[in-house]
Design a protein around this ligand. Structure first.
Ligand code: NAD
Ligand code: WQD
Length: 341
């Protein structure tokens, strides 16, 4: 019988791509999502790609009654991937309590329910934001955690601590904490992708909207950083590569008996690319010009950060594979599907 996995936030950007990869790998997926940052049509995309519609319950994981109802309605769930969270850094500064409540109470409810319903493990969506501005690059998992610069970032640090403390207390569960670098791109089928809400804050949705004529131009936030071309450097990881890492992590967590109960992996490519290099890759791979100007630095931005992914490569047995030009082509194809001006 197929192993049943709960994907919270499964109609969201990373959750939908991960559901596809889980189903392709033979897992049975149950999604819970309150549709606060996604829509129900995403299920059609998942079904069109995989030939299978995941089970879906509309609901909010910050409500314990809903969580109990979910596990009762779908018995036998063995593992959870917890994507459900609010993720806009700027908004978290304006509405800290919303972020602390949504990101932490949801996690607490899941953890509390796990032993009760016999769920063995939880994969958690963390972020490279926990490293702050690194002292050295590439950065590995042993690097110090820096004080968070936003309530959003703080929820990721606290979540990692909550999970670790719970397991150290003897809770009968395992966990893998995945620290994502910068997820970008879309499924090559263009049937699922990122659905930005309003004016995008992140680079790629803004860039593709500018290329599509929806925004006048992209502003590159600063060209006077201490980097070769002066723009910031990030580790852009293809969302399908990222999704596949969750399948590998789930398999390791549930099937290997001798692993540590809490493990941490960086999910990145190991390649730092500047904002200007990313624009070049987009233009080269799509033949479409990006209207852009150089603007002031964005407050709070990290100058440069990219992953040392060796632990994920060797211990987890996962490696990012999609070339950046393919990722840019997929991002553009998805934007074309969403629409141009
Ligand atoms: P997303 O907003 O596309 O997906 C999150 C999904 O969770 C949405 O569908 C939303 O409706 C749902 N959701 C939110 N709160 C919920 C709740 N209380 N109950 C039920 N559903 C709820 O975001 P994403 O980019 O797919 O990110 C997924 C996870 O990865 C988040 O935890 C995010 O913090 C983390 N992460 C994202 C990035 C990134 O750049 N996208 C980087 C690092 C970490
Ligand atoms: C990337 C680069 C910008 C927009 C954020 C969160 C982080 C993580 C990933 C969840 C930066 C530049 C951007 C634009 C630009 N999320 N940029 N013009 O800031 O690396 O990380 O998302 O955990 O926690 O902080 O991502 O896509 O916003 O920016 O020049 O219009 O693109 O300055 O250098 P960031 P981003």
């Amino acid at each position: 019988m197929a192993t049943k996995i709960l994907v919270t936030g499964g109609t969201g950007y990373i959750g939908s791509h991960t559901t596809v990869e889980l189903q392709n790998a033979g897992y049975e997926v149950v999604i819970i999502d309150n549709l606060s940052n996604s829509n129900i049509e995403v299920l059609d995309g998942i079904e069109a790609i995989t030939g299978k519609r995941p089970e879906f319950m509309e609901g909010d994981i910050t409500d314990m009654n809903t969580v109990r109802e979910l596990f009762t309605r779908f018995p036998g769930i063995k593992g959870i991937i917890n994507f459900a969270a609010s993720k806009a850094v700027g908004e978290s500064v304006q509405k800290p309590l919303l972020y602390y409540r949504n990101n932490l109470v949801g996690l607490l409810n899941l953890l509390e329910a796990m032993p009760e319903f016999g769920v063995e493990g939880i994969v958690f969506s963390s972020s490279c934001t926990v490293y702050g501005e690194p002292d050295v690059n590439p950065i590995d998992e042993t690097a110090p955690i820096k004080p968070a610069t936003s309530p959003y970032g703080n929820t990721k640090q606290i979540s990692e601590e909550i999970i670790t403390d719970f397991i150290h207390s003897g809770a009968p569960i395992k966990s893998i904490l995945l620290r994502y670098f910068n997820p970008v791109g879309a499924h090559p089928s263009s049937l699922i992708g990122e659905l930005p809400n309003g004016v995008p804050n992140n680079l790629i949705p803004y860039l593709t909207q500018a290329a599509a004529g929806i925004r006048k131009e992209l502003t590159v936030f600063g060209d006077d950083y201490n980097t070769p071309d002066g723009s910031c450097i990030r580790d852009f990881i293809d969302v399908v590569d990222l999704a596949k890492a969750h399948v590998t992590a789930m398999r390791r967590m549930l099937d290997k008996k001798d692993t540590d109960p809490v493990e941490i992996f960086n999910l990145g490519t190991g390649r730092g690319l500047s904002v200007l290099e990313l624009i070049e890759s987009f233009e080269r791979s799509t033949g479409v010009k990006v209207p852009y100007k150089i603007g002031a630095r964005r407050e709070g931005d990290i100058e440069k950060i990219w992953a040392e992914p060796t632990k994920a490569n060797t211990v987890l047995g996962w490696k990012a594979e999609v070339p950046i030009d393919d990722t840019m082509r997929n991002a553009w194809a998805w934007q074309c599907r969403l629409g141009k001006k």
